[in-house]
Design a protein around this ligand. Structure first.
Ligand code: TXA
Ligand code: MG
Length: 357
């Protein structure tokens, strides 16, 4: 028996909310990717999330909360999630500013947790990840349930994140009762994850649609990146930073440069490297003559090189190439811009190109 895919009518939202309150799991749309939701304070539901995803329990979950008009810091405390007393005045001010500027939206804040948050949610860390998503269906569901929802991306661990209800069905349809259909995700790449340390330092744990520059503009603090390990005091790096993630089943390789910029010798070398295999190519912009090669299909993520469009389509097109019978191996260009959403696209592609452990 497979999952029921529900349109987001009032009646269906009530069914989904009731299922969640009973401890069942529901896949919900967000503006970034689809999430696999369960009530964060229900340990059985949280355990079921890890089981359905086959996710190791050292990888903590993000808790989703409904929007408020103001006073976000109090809201985080009242939801039973964040212990704001552990934050310095500056850190508290930064949280309030970040929430005001970017919530509801694609930013996850990692903050000191309250004792009542189940250890399974936080993987035993002293912090909890919190996000207020801006997808209207997620908001309505959160309001209807009235409790924070833990929700990782609704894919099997290490695989391609789902940006449509059908993707969730392909990943987890045999394991969960309901998928709420909210259409294609508007952003297409998971939220930016930012650790706010009690002292006030900001550490960017995962790049996303909210950029380091935007965060600096709002707080006056330049986030450090977690890759310079010595610079961070997080007990564990965010497991989104594991080398292999977001991966297709077929081998994925990255071009060293833009395909359009490869010279004749480089093209010839690429052709001999890939000889005998049928290749699917993800391009960041336009289409190049490489698409005319035999045994090659090329998919531009954006005809015009629009970075938001490329992000929105990235996981769906990767999934499409992974599923096509006429493709043995996938090659992708990195985005030529190294900032913002382009940086996030390149982060996901680089991780997806690492072989599975
Ligand atoms: O856009 C998103 O964030 C989506 C939607 C559904 O909200 N969710 C998502 O969840 O991408 P997930 O579990 O696939 O990725 C969450 C990331 C993981 O890399 C996790 O390690 C990190 O956030 N994270 C969560 N809590 C953390 C914590 N307390 N400390 C450090 N990293 C944390
Ligand atoms: Mg994920």
């Amino acid at each position: 028996m497979g999952a029921q895919i529900l349109t987001a009518s009032q009646a269906n939202l009530a069914i989904a909310a009731e299922a969640l309150r009973r401890g069942a799991l529901v896949a919900m749309p967000t503006e970034t990717v689809y999430g696999l939701a369960g009530v964060a304070f229900n340990e059985n539901a949280v355990a079921a999330i890890f089981a359905a995803k086959e996710r190791p329990t050292f990888d903590p979950l993000i808790c989703h909360i409904p929007r408020v008009a103001s006073a976000w810091l109090n809201h985080l405390a009242e939801q039973g999630l964040v212990d704001i007393s552990q934050l310095s005045d500056v850190a508290q001010q930064n949280v309030e500013r970040l929430a005001k500027a970017f919530w509801p939206g694609p930013l996850t804040l990692v903050l000191p947790r309250q004792a009542g948050v189940p250890d399974l949610v936080t993987s035993g860390l002293p912090t909890v990840g919190v996000r207020c998503p801006r997808h209207e269906v997620a908001q309505q569901l959160l309001l209807e349930v009235g409790l924070p929802l833990a929700a990782p991306s609704a894919n099997r661990f290490g695989r391609i994140s789902p940006t449509a209800a059908a993707h969730v069905d392909a990943e987890l349809g045999d394991r969960i009762p309901y998928i709420l259909d909210g259409g294609d995700c508007e952003i297409g790449i998971e939220s930016t994850v930012l650790l706010v340390e009690p002292s006030s330092r900001l550490v960017l744990l995962r790049p996303g649609a909210i950029t380091a520059e935007q965060i600096e503009r709002v707080t006056g603090c330049k986030p450090v990146t977690a890759s310079g390990k010595a610079e961070t005091s997080t007990p564990l790096p965010a497991p989104g930073m594991l080398a292999s993630h977001y991966a297709p089943r077929k081998p994925l390789h990255l071009f060293a440069r833009r395909v359009a910029a490869l010279d004749d010798a480089e093209r010839a070398a690429w052709r001999s490297t890939t000889a005998g295999r049928r290749i699917g190519i993800l391009l960041m912009a336009g289409i190049t003559d490489i698409a005319n090669l035999p045994h090659t299909v090329a998919i531009p993520l954006s005809a015009t090189g629009d970075v938001a469009e490329a992000a929105r389509r990235l996981f769906a097109r990767l999934r499409e190439l992974d599923e096509r019978d006429d493709v043995d191996e996938i090659w992708a260009e990195l985005h030529p811009d190294a900032h913002g959403l382009a940086h996030a696209i390149n982060d996901r592609l680089t991780k997806a190109s690492h072989p599975q452990p």
